[in-house]
Design a binder for this molecule. Structure first.
Ligand code: HEM
Ligand SMILES: [Cu+2]
Length: 649
């Protein structure tokens, strides 16, 4: 192939060209806009070089929202394609690319940054800390994630998208069947983002173990922090598997090794096993923090202490352990025999037990609570029945014998969206609405918020329940079309209408943000929901140092106790505060990583070697650098505190 041919899109279509033009114009508009308003300096000083966990969190949030829309457009295209039999909107290759990128984008570049946004923004505030344990590493984590995301997203305009599914099973993902560079993008972009996530895991485990406010024993941590802690432990155990797996996959594709090929001693099932050794725990990395958010929201708006704190923690620990022992339920039908199937069937069903414990704890919290139906609470109340339905169909799938009927059908697609949308997406929207006033200083509109929640739920039910039915009837997943005679068309049309309603709900969310920026009142105080944990005890907007005086904690809901039971949170005098300096290095190093990744994807070896040396040079530079941070003086703190309406002494 000619050098330049490799960058061309192998299966072009009008849609792809139109997106290219759209992306080009948007980028141009952004660059022109920033230049026109002279914002480059501001961006560099305040955001790109920042090491503040709150700002890094907000950048994760923006990335996640952006990707929600990219993945959503993919979803709508798929549902439209399937809404009628023999539809020619997408051809088979394009459909392959769309479901592959939809899956990757939604799980890795939408849901992951969304939960990492919550880790970043909330964990230090909830534990009464001034920052995370390693602020620079945190910036590096973000920028590596961001560059991985960027790299993945240029695939469909430079060289072609991955087309072997988000699971990228071999031999389909090997050079023989995936001939474009698409799957190279998969291997390398996810690798770069994944390294960032692994470092996030290490950072937050350390932060939570080492930086809690005085008095906050492990069993006094807020439930979200507990869930974040456990999710980060899972990250540290699961992500190295992904790193190794992608490295092996890269070698198979670029250097002709034979780890996963079907000849020369390769084993395609090795990929499937290792993928799910990471992949199954991955879904718990997403769902546990979602559970944490629901716990915070439900106890706040039921105006009660969370029921069964200890069993909530215990059930999360049990889930996290079990999550590593169920991976083979993803290939019951691939010939592993009845004994292995039975074992994995049982371990899978066992997860329903601790999950059930949590559901009942939430119900008991609501029981006798003085329930207040705010938008976050509405999401939480919709979550309980919808998620339970997804859980029940999960137990159905866990029966290995029955799985021979469900396997690779729309039934499975319905099931996992049924847990992941009410479970994870609702939690994120609930959490976003709940924490929005703390982050941005004004509330989102409640009326519009409730409309969004209801529309989303109506759309969700219409979009996914029909898939259970067609799935049981044998509609296979990842099929780009079907014939009239199958009788699938009516249900698929309903499903498309549901997906369109969901799209309207997301558009309404955007409108709500716009509307609230313009019209919401700004004088909402620090604690608009009458909440319970420490993040609400500091000012809005949160000052750089979070808390002028480190809080003293005696229970799981210190702020509530300080408001209702006279517990004194902030004792002592203001002292000077040590903070880290901003740094451009994480960004620069990640940019070099981006170029390195690009060079690898296209096998441009000289560039790959130069950039690799550049990365090592950045590491070396950092290890000789002397930067001891800076102090914020007592006067400056006092001034800030008065400006934010009176330090609570
Ligand atoms: C917003 C509404 C959504 C709709 C309408 C939708 C629709 C679809 C459709 C039609 C498929 C492909 C079925 C096929 O194989 O032909 C699919 C696959 C998938 N979706 Fe979604 N989806 C949505 C949201 C999400 C979310 C929020 C996530 C994860 C956080 C997600 C994760 C996935 C994954 C992992 C796959 C599997 C891709 C593969 O087979 O390789 N989806 N979705
Ligand atoms: Cu699994």
């Amino acid at each position: 192939m000619d050098f330049f041919d490799r960058f061309a899109v192998p299966h072009p279509s009008f849609l792809i060209y139109a997106s290219m033009v759209g992306i080009g114009l948007t980028m141009l508009a952004i660059v022109v806009g920033i230049t026109y308003f002279k914002k480059w300096g501001y961006l560099w000083r305040e955001w790109i070089t920042t090491v503040d966990h709150k700002r890094i969190g907000i950048m994760y949030l923006l990335s996640a929202l952006l990707m929600l829309f990219r993945g959503g457009v993919d979803a709508i295209m798929m549902r439209y394609q399937l809404s009628m039999p023999e539809n020619t909107f997408l051809d088979s290759q394009h459909y392959n690319e769309v479901f592959s990128t939809h899956g990757v984008v939604m799980i890795l570049f939408m849901a992951m940054p969304f939960i990492i946004f919550f880790f970043n923004y909330l964990v230090p505030l909830q534990i009464g800390a001034r920052d995370v344990a390693f602020p620079r590493l945190n910036a590096l984590s973000f920028w590596l994630f961001f560059m991985g995301m960027g790299l993945f997203n240029i695939s469909f305009i430079v060289g072609g998208s991955p087309d072997a599914g988000w699971t990228s099973y071999f031999p389909l993902a090997g050079n023989e069947f995936s001939t474009s560079v698409g799957t190279n993008y998969y291997m390398i972009a996810i690798q770069i983002a994944g390294i960032g996530t692994l470092m996030t895991g290490i950072n937050f485990i350390t932060t939570i173990l080492k930086m809690r406010a005085p008095g906050m024993k492990l069993m006094k941590m807020p439930m979200f922090t507990w869930s974040a802690f456990i999710a980060n432990v899972i990250i540290v155990f699961a992500f190295p598997v992904l790193t190794v797996l992608l490295a092996m996959g890269t070698m198979d594709r670029l250097f002709g090794t034979n780890f996963f090929t079907t000849d020369n001693g390769g084993m395609d099932m090795l990929w499937a096993n290792l993928f799910w050794v990471w992949g199954h725990p991955e879904v718990y990395i997403l769902i546990l923090p979602a559970f944490g958010l629901y716990s915070e929201i439900i106890s706040t708006f039921a105006r009660r202490n969370l029921y069964g704190y200890k069993s909530m923690v215990a059930s999360m620990v049990v889930i996290s352990l079990l999550s590593f022992f169920v991976w083979a339920h993803h290939f019951f039908t691939m010939g592993q025999g009845p004994l292995a199937n039975s074992i994995f069937s049982i371990t899978t069903m066992a997860i329903a037990v601790p999950t059930g414990v949590k559901i009942f704890n939430w119900l008991f919290t609501l029981w006798k609570g003085k329930i207040e139906f705010t938008t976050p609470m509405l999401y939480s109340m919709l979550f309980i029945p919808l998620f339970t339905l997804g859980g029940v169909t999960g137990v159905m799938l866990a029966m290995s014998a029955a799985d021979y009927q469900y396997h690779n059908t729309m039934f499975l697609v319905a099931h996992f969206h049924n847990v992941i949308i009410p479970g994870v997406v609702y939690a994120m929207l609930a959490g976003l609405t709940f924490y929005w006033p703390k982050i941005f200083g004004f509330m989102l509109n409640e009326r519009l918020g409730k409309w969004t929640a209801w529309l989303l739920s109506v759309g969700f039910v219409l979009a996914f329940i029909p898939m259970y039915i067609t799935g049981l009837d044998g509609q296979a997943r990842r099929m780009y079309t079907y014939s009239e005679s199958t009788g699938f068309s009516a249900m698929n049309m309903v499903s498309f209408i549901g997906a369109a309603i969901m799209a309207i709900a997301f558009a309404l969310l955007v409108y709500n943000i716009y509307y609230s920026i313009r019209y919401s009142p700004r004088n909402i105080g620090n604690d608009p929901w009458d909440a319970r944990s420490l993040e609400w005890a500091t000012h809005t907007p949160v000052p750089e140092y979070n808390f002028a005086i480190t809080p003293q904690v005696e229970s799981t809901q210190p702020f509530w106790d300080s408001k209702k039971n006279g517990h004194e949170l902030f004792k002592g005098e203001i002292e000077k505060i040590h903070m880290p300096n901003n740094s451009g290095l994480p960004f620069i190093m990640s940019c070099i990583f981006f170029v390195f990744g690009f060079a690898m994807i296209f096998s441009i070896w000289p560039l790959a070697i130069i950039t690799l040396i550049g990365i090592l040079a950045c590491l070396a530079y950092r290890s000789f650098e002397k930067d001891h941070g800076r102090y914020i003086s007592v006067e400056e703190i006092k001034e800030t505190e008065t400006r934010l309406r009176g330090a609570k002494k």
